[in-house]
Design a protein around this ligand. Structure first.
Ligand code: FAD
Ligand code: NAI
Length: 503
């Protein structure tokens, strides 16, 4: 009994200590201190975007030596890997958002966070023009500011290849509002199918969900949709749930081309068990209000009735990116901005470009964008160090000859020598990407992972990988607050299921 009492006491102290630590961290996060004001003698870094690249930069940057201005139409960071979970109600939207000010208010110097769309960058005058395009606008809603350095991290938009009807009739899965719209439309299809007197053909159409694109977005959404169907809708809509069908359409011969062959096969067989139809070598040619036109592997065209189309067809550059590239000679790569190995936009002065808006040898992923953002934070620290050493060198160079006495002259010369050596040592190394592996959720509490190991790769799929997937994303969330919200949502969904109300 004494031993048990001892263990109990230690456990209690552990729990109290743990809760105390959580409270301390949360309290610190909620009450940021005072910040240094803007300083007109410092250089200004303008950051466009508040996504993976920009937020990772903002987390790492030391603002002591810079004025930083963030411009983004969203005043938050969106944790995209869990967006499909929001679309089906496993997670609530706010759990995967982090207001940008939660990061910037903790910086040494004030950071201006402006909710606005950047419309034009002038790489010669070094200016950015932006405007408030939100619903509510004040008397001042458009302006132009100058930058010394520009971090261009506006991401990409959805590639539709100009296919007729996609913009008008399909849902996307890139922004928070897309996930919310998907949820509303999906439930509308279900409720409409339940309307009295609906013909069997119409019920079949309304309950046919077509996901276009067998990349990770399309796969994860299909898997999550299947879970919603099996875990929740089957209980609340028993008369309809058996008739809900999911088709995944992919133009290429295989889904998930970035994963290893065995994981592709595993995904396809899991989808088969989940009754998700995978149509490869099938291309969507048009999206109509109530159907999709498919070009089948034998090149014949087929009109397939459906209630909802989700378009996950990949990325393309935003208009502002296309315009910026057009202003810079040599920026001709249609895939995005060409950068050098230090992430400087080729052909410009002071512009760094990171993430999905660039064209590099890396895949357009959060992993790449966040490493690039963290790298730029280090680059700016090195630039600041070098600039301050150079300023000191020029100060000492003018001071030394005019020194009052020999002793002072020697001391200056010694410091000058040391400063020059330190300045030489400030090396700004090229960006190096470290691939941590690829992960995707495929539904039915299964995930797939291609993880680098030694000089090879470990491919794993299943329930254990699903637990790994969850823990990896939980630890990748940027704050304790978001980790707590997401963990709580998972637990609540396990306990009470997903909501089926249509708001
Ligand atoms: P984004 O994160 O898209 O950020 C762009 C920012 O620019 C946004 O804040 C946007 O509001 C802002 N912006 C847009 N226009 C303007 C403008 N005109 N002016 C100023 N700001 C502007 N990658 C992974 O590695 N792992 C995953 O599991 C994963 N899952 C994903 C799931 C989904 C559903 C999606 C859609 C993507 C996923 N990705 C994943 C890819 C990943 O989200 C992107 O590669 C990543 O977001 C790119 O970061 P970014 O900073 O370049 O762009
Ligand atoms: P994607 O570019 O990876 O896949 C789009 C797919 O749509 C392609 O396979 C393409 O062939 C197909 N497609 C395009 N037009 C079509 C048509 N008309 N008919 C049929 N199929 C068509 O795009 P996705 O999935 O949105 O991913 C974008 C980026 O984000 C990728 O780099 C991806 O790696 C990353 N991402 C990573 C995730 C993860 O690691 N878990 C999750 C989601 C995205």
């Amino acid at each position: 009994p004494r031993i048990l009492q001892g263990i109990g006491a230690i456990a209690l102290i552990g729990v109290i200590g743990g809760l105390g630590a959580v409270y301390y961290v949360a309290d610190k996060a909620r009450h940021p201190g005072t910040q240094l004001p803007f300083d007109s003698t410092k250089k200004t870094i303008v950051v466009l975007g508040s996504g993976w690249g920009a937020t990772s930069l903002l987390k790492g940057i030391d603002t002591t030596e810079y004025n930083v201005v963030v411009i983004s139409p969203k005043n938050y960071f969106l944790f995209t890997p869990l967006l499909p979970s929001v679309a089906v109600g496993t997670l609530s939207p706010r759990s995967i958002l982090q207001p940008t000010r939660y990061v910037t208010r903790h910086k040494t110097r004030e950071v201006a966070v402006i909710e606005a769309d950047a419309h034009a960058v002038d790489p010669v005058k070094k200016t950015v023009t932006f405007s408030d395009d939100s619903e509510i606008r004040g008397l001042s809603s458009s302006t132009t500011i100058s930058y010394d350095y520009l971090v261009y991290a506006v991401g990409a938009e959805v590639q539709t290849f100009g296919i007729p009807g996609v913009q008008e009739h399909a849902c996307f899965m890139k922004e928070l509002e897309h996930a919310e719209k998907f949820q509303r439309r999906f439930m509308d299809c279900v409720e409409t199918a339940g309307f009295p007197g609906q013909s069997p053909e119409e019920v079949e159409r309304l309950l046919h969900m077509v996901v276009v694109g067998g990349g990770p977005t399309g796969i994860e959404l299909s898997g999550e949709l299947h879970d919603w169907l099996k875990d929740d809708l089957a209980h609340w809509y028993p008369e309809l749930s058996d008739r809900i069908r999911i088709s995944l359409v992919e133009a290429l011969p295989s889904v998930l081309p970035m994963f290893s062959k065995q994981l592709i096969d595993y995904t396809v067989s899991t989808f088969k068990e989940s009754k998700i139809d995978v149509l490869t070598q099938t291309m969507v040619k048009e999206v109509k209000p109530n159907s999709v036109i498919l070009q089948m592997p034998d090149k014949s065209l087929k009109e397939v009735p459906c209630g909802l189309v989700v378009w996950a067809g990949g990325n393309k550059g935003r208009k502002i990116t296309v315009d910026l590239k057009a202003k810079v000679p040599g920026q001709t790569n249609p895939r995005g901005i060409t950068v050098d190995d230090h992430l400087r936009m080729v052909g410009t002065d002071g512009i760094f470009a990171i993430g999905d808006c660039t064209s590099t040898s890396y895949a357009p992923t959060a992993q790449v964008a966040s490493q690039q953002g963290a790298y730029l934070a280090r680059v700016f620290a090195q630039i600041a160090k070098k600039t301050s050493l150079e300023a000191r060198i020029s100060e000492l160079e003018t001071k030394t000859p005019a020194a009052a006495n020999e002793e002072e002259r020697k001391a200056n010369a010694k410091e000058l020598d040391a400063a020059k050596k330190s300045a030489e040592l400030v090396a700004i190394r090229p960006f190096h990407y470290s691939h941590q592996g690829s992960l995707a959720y495929i539904g039915s509490e299964k995930a797939i992972a291609d993880l680098p190991f030694m000089n090879g790769n470990i491919a794993s799929g299943g329930v254990a990988t699903f637990l790994f997937w969850r823990s990896a994303y939980l630890s990748n969330l940027f704050s304790l607050r978001n980790r707590t919200l997401v963990a709580n949502d998972w637990w609540l969904t396990q306990l009470f299921g997903r909501d089926v109300s249509r708001n």
